[in-house]
Ligand binder design. Structure first.
Ligand code: ATP
Ligand code: MG
Length: 577
């Protein structure tokens, strides 16, 4: 009913203690409310003096006001806790996502993470608001009332005691059914949001290929399945509310008949009968309340569960092993015995297995190999986006186990195949690695990247806003912005490129070549590429196949014997003819 991990959240124990105290007070005022109302009614029935009626009525009114006051305080405390804690959970979740990086995002799915951190947190907040109060009410108010009822009339006490296990049994049976339905519902919800977001991202491609209609059908099917599961869950939830209402009403009716008969037979006085009858609905109220909102709490509980699962994922966090260093002509990196396997890849699948690789000074290193040979995986491991399962790495003689190091990432510039621009101005996007750069420096970097002609014709110049993902800017211009970033980050002497020109046309690629060569100077360059003309620019070439380096050396040396390199070059020539 309640997740034990909740108690680990800050403030939960304190909240529970405060709620327990408040609920106990509430139980007593509910009791007094019933008691004084019964007393006033009995006194007026027995036509006693006005004072004996007004006095309990006044006390009843005080109890009534106090009850609602306590309720208000209770709600306020819980709401404060809920909004603060869910905000904390949201930032913990986002921290985790940022810390774990793209590896986790691709495994969990963007849609799932978006659902968890937006709607999921709202559901969790609602869960917090409901679960603590309802549980506390259910475990404190009925026992207090029951003890009092026993003191008034043992038989009524026994009747009420017998009905409760029946109610609870029903609650458990229906609750379990609702739980499994709600689990399925939440799973479907996650699938729906992943599908929706993926479709949205791929919409331009789908439209271009004329597949958007088919995809719309797919989304329709997935959302219809979600609708069906929601209705299934609601059916059970409504059935359970109905069953409990019916059972408790029946319980009160039986009690009323039984008390009425007792009064007719004069076997007991009016007051205990009346107070029992007034308190009986109050006795069942917390149970009914709990079951009414059970469905709403289930969704929150599932959302919380999936958030906890993400939070508990072991993440190889950014280490701090590597001390600050600077990359110079005589710097070097040695990578020995690096192995990496994608999670979810089949058994025995090793995605990357690097025996030996040395990178030094301001070398230009080309990484080549056919598609799927592991170029991106190697590049991403060196960039610190993927953490190898094992590796012996020495950076400037410092031993580290991976490249996910703060001091390493401060030294490199990464150019992926598809650049990512953020919503903001062109100037902000260029100043990505150095947000403090002056506009003069930004302009200089932009001109080095060959961007000035393009920016000059924009009416807002450097302050032109570009959409998220570079909307409104051509692929070549986006890559130029990425290059300008690298030019501006002149304290970063390591460039990592993953086929940055692969999706550009030949003319654009050639236009970019000059600024790129300029950038290569005084940099260690690691460059994954499919294009022959880039290989000619390289000092050293690493040939990959099946996750391994099958050949490495200078292009001249490699072309002298008929190995993997020569074969690959032959194939590339064939491709380009
Ligand atoms: N996220 C992933 N999960 C599981 N396997 C993956 C993942 N990404 C890549 N792989 C697998 O790892 C191997 C190496 O892929 P990688 O992307 O590094 O190749 P590549 O040489 O960059 O290919 P390309 O030239 O097409 O970009 C391939 O067998 C690929 O299927
Ligand atoms: Mg690749």
């Amino acid at each position: 009913m309640i997740d034990k991990r909740l108690f680990r959240l800050p403030g939960t124990k304190k909240l529970l203690l405060m709620l327990a105290g408040l609920t106990l007070l509430q139980a007593f005022v509910v009791l007094f409310q019933g008691k004084y109302l019964a007393e006033a009614l009995v006194n007026s029935w027995e036509q006693k003096s006005l004072q004996t009626i007004i006095y309990p009525m006044a006390l009843f009114a005080v109890a009534f006001v106090l009850r609602h006051l306590f309720n208000l305080i209770n709600t306020k405390i819980v709401e404060n806790y809920a909004s603060k804690t869910s905000e904390d959970i949201r930032s913990m979740l986002l921290d985790k996502v940022y810390q774990a990086g793209p590896e986790m995002i691709s495994e969990e799915g963007t849609g799932n993470l978006v659902t968890s951190s937006l709607d999921g947190i709202d559901l969790v907040e609602n869960y917090f608001k409901l679960i603590f109060t309802k549980l506390m009410n259910m475990s404190i108010i009925p026992p207090v009332l029951l003890i009092y009822i026993y003191t008034q009339n043992v038989a009524s006490g026994i009747t009420l005691t017998i009905i409760v296990p029946l109610v609870i049994l029903f609650m458990i049976i229906l609750g379990l059914a609702a739980q499994s339905k709600a689990d399925a519902q939440y799973k479907q919800y996650t699938i729906l949001s992943n599908h929706f977001l993926d479709a949205l991202r791929g919409l331009p491609t789908l439209k271009m290929l004329g597949l958007s209609k088919r995809y719309a059908k797919n989304i329709y099917t997935v959302s219809d399945e979600y609708r069906r599961r929601t209705m299934n869950t609601l059916r059970i939830a409504i059935l359970s509310t109905f069953a409990l209402d019916w059972l408790t009403t029946l319980g009160i009716a039986i009690l009323a008949v039984f008390l009425g008969l007792g009064l007719i037979n004069n076997s007991f006085p009016l007051f205990p009968a009346l107070v029992t009858l007034i308190l009986a609905p109050e006795y069942f109220l917390p149970l009914r309340d709990f079951s009414n909102d059970y469905h709403a709490t289930l969704n929150g509980k599932n959302a919380l569960n999936s958030i906890f699962e993400i939070l508990e994922r072991s993440s190889k966090s950014e280490a701090n092993e590597l001390k600050d260093f600077s990359w110079k002509q005589d710097s070097q990196i040695e990578i020995n015995n690096l192995q990496f396997t994608y999670k979810g890849a089949g058994n025995n699948a090793v995605s990357l297995d690097i025996d030996k690789l040395k990178l030094s000074g301001y070398q230009r290193i080309g990484v080549i190999g056919k598609s799927g040979s592991g170029k991106t995986t190697l590049i991403r491991s060196i960039g610190g986006f993927l953490v190898p399962d094992q590796a012996d790495i020495k950076i400037n003689h410092q031993e580290v186990s991976n490249f996910k190091q703060i001091n390493w990432q401060k030294k490199l510039t990464f150019l992926p195949q598809s650049p990512y621009l953020f919503a903001g101005t062109i100037a902000e996007n260029i100043a990505f690695y150095r947000p403090d750069a002056s506009i003069k420096e930004i302009k200089k970097a932009a001109s080095a990247a060959g961007l000035n002609d393009f920016i000059d014709i924009l009416s807002d110049g450097y302050q032109t806003k570009i959409g998220e993902g570079g909307r409104g800017i051509s692929g070549g211009q986006q890559q130029r912005i990425m290059l300008a970033r690298a030019f501006l980050a002149d304290d970063r002497h390591i460039l990592i490129f993953d086929e940055p020109t692969a999706h550009l046309d030949i003319e654009t690629e050639y236009a970019l070549k000059k600024p790129m060569e300029e950038l290569f100077k005084n940099h260690l360059v690691i460059f994954a590429t499919h294009r022959l003309h880039w290989i000619k620019e390289m000092d050293y070439v690493v040939v990959m196949d099946n996750g391994q380096i099958v050949e490495q050396g200078t292009p001249e040396n490699l072309s002298n014997h008929n190995g993997a390199y020569s074969q690959l070059i032959k194939n590339m020539r064939g491709d380009q003819l």
